[in-house]
Design a protein around this ligand. Structure first.
Ligand code: ADP
Ligand code: ZN
Length: 430
């Protein structure tokens, strides 16, 4: 197997590399107005970093810090060195902005190309990028990574499924980048049009940008007849290329030469032991224009203990179960949307789309789930659907420990997103 050297670096050598990179990052970061203040207040400088664990001496950074400092407060270089900016999708409020210099863009492309190579893409593959271009990092981020690897890259953008299929056919596309919820719609569309995915050429899909379950991945793989690899990233840490599944598909290697990772208890902010879930906290180790220290991602995951059979030494994180803000409480029970997805997409009669509705009645939060049923199983008659209805309710109750309201919906009746899916509709009065 041909691996980039750093992917199998020994843990001690990696720690040395991280210490050097972290010192350099602090040196740069304190040139920005924001970290200049923060690091002076904390009385911390590069000389205080001797081990990767010394990261805990540094102050945390939150999305609100990035919003308060919008737009230039974290920029650590002269403005004329900046060559690109990206913004977060704004899933949880005002977007944040991240700037890159030329070297940053090169490093980012290398990381993305490394991920693609890892899952079997090679020069000569034809790559169709089916996510939005523009400020969203999944467009240009994946695009330049694929070009760096040497793939003919089709900048298709999202939506217009018919045109996507035409591009795939015309250029014999072999690898796709697609958001999981759109991949499910895409598969449903092929089925309705009577197109056999076995006649299409893609053998690899990179899926990410939004939380999804193993059940969603299995459906994407079997419906599209390809291998789908989980891709994790966030604009504050460039975008795609932060953590990525290898061919083992047992968690995502987080590239520890580029990012220093911590998993902390979101309440106490203390580190949690490996294997325990917590909030992922990330520090850029390579970024020049806008270093970010100890960024609280709000994403909940855990470090997978043990080594990966592929031989890469960078630790793996488990699939993201959601953001800490996605959790809601029904009758005293904490629930994540992904628990609901896991149940629904594990039921064969269930179609490719669902919606979770939160409401409040007499001061008590209520949970209602709307789920599309596949055409061949759907009858417009509640009595005929009663058995299926009961079965889905039982499964949901087993997983969630509360009984939600449930509506079985005809196929294609729920809203389809082209970007990140909006899985939760929150109607609770503020
Ligand atoms: P926003 O935070 O506004 O959505 P981004 O476009 O930067 O903006 O999205 C990054 C976020 O998307 C991550 O913090 C995470 O919540 C989610 N995300 C990205 N990739 C994945 C993935 N593979 N699995 C689960 N969630 C993901
Ligand atoms: Zn591996």
């Amino acid at each position: 197997m041909h691996l980039h050297e750093v992917e199998t670096i020994g843990r001690d050598a990696l720690a040395d590399l991280q210490v050097g990179a972290l010192r350099a990052t602090l040196e740069r970061a304190r040139r920005s107005p924001f970290y200049g203040r923060r690091l002076a207040e904390a009385g911390i400088g590069p000389q205080d970093i001797r081990t990767p664990g010394d990261i805990r001496k540094l102050p945390l950074t939150t999305k609100d810090d990035l919003r308060t400092e919008y737009p230039f407060g974290l920029v650590a270089c002269p403005r004329e060195e900046l060559v690109r900016l990206h913004a977060s999708s704004g899933t949880t409020g005002a977007s944040t902005v991240v700037f890159h210099d030329r070297q940053d863009l090169d490093n980012w492309s290398d990381l993305v190309a490394r991920c693609m190579y890892m899952v079997g893409m090679r020069p000569g593959d034809v790559f169709q990028n089916m996510t939005a271009y523009g400020l969203f990092t999944g467009g240009l981020g994946m695009h330049y990574g694929a070009e760096r690897l040497g793939c003919l890259t089709v900048p298709a953008g999202p939506g217009n499924t018919q045109r996507q299929v035409k591009l795939i056919r015309d250029f014999s596309v072999t690898a796709l980048h697609i958001i999981p919820s759109y991949a499910l719609h895409f598969a449903g569309w092929l089925e309705r049009e009577g197109i056999d995915p076995g006649d299409l050429t893609p053998r690899i899909a990179l899926i990410g940008a939004e939380p999804h379950t193993g059940e969603a991945r299995s459906r994407i793989e079997s419906l599209l007849e390809l291998k789908a690899y989980n891709s994790y990233g966030l604009s504050e840490m460039n975008g795609p290329g932060v953590a990525f599944e290898c061919p083992e598909q047992q968690g995502m290697h987080l590239w520890e030469d580029a990012f220093l990772m911590e998993v902390v208890d979101p309440e106490t902010l203390e580190p949690v032991p490996d294997g325990e879930p917590g909030e992922l906290v990330l520090t850029t180790l390579q970024r020049r224009a806008m270093p970010i220290l100890r960024y609280r991602t709000k994403d909940i995951t855990r470090i997978l203990p043990g080594e990966c059979a592929c031989g890469r030494t960078h630790r793996r994180i488990d699939r993201i179960t959601g953001r800490s803000d996605d959790m809601f409480i029904i009758k005293g029970v904490n629930i994540y949307p992904m628990q609901i997805e896991r149940v629904l997409l594990g039921i064969p009669e269930v179609g490719q789309n669902y919606l979770i509705i939160l409401d409040r009645e007499q001061d008590i939060d209520q949970l209602r789930v709307k789920v599309e049923i596949k055409a061949e199983h759907y009858r417009d008659d509640p009595a005929a659907m009663a058995v299926l209805h009961r079965r889905i309710i039982h499964r949901l109750r087993d997983e969630l420990l509360v009984t939600p309201g449930l509506d079985l919906m005809p196929p294609r009746s729920l809203p389809e997103a082209q970007g990140k899916a909006q899985r939760v509709e929150d109607l609770r009065p503020r």
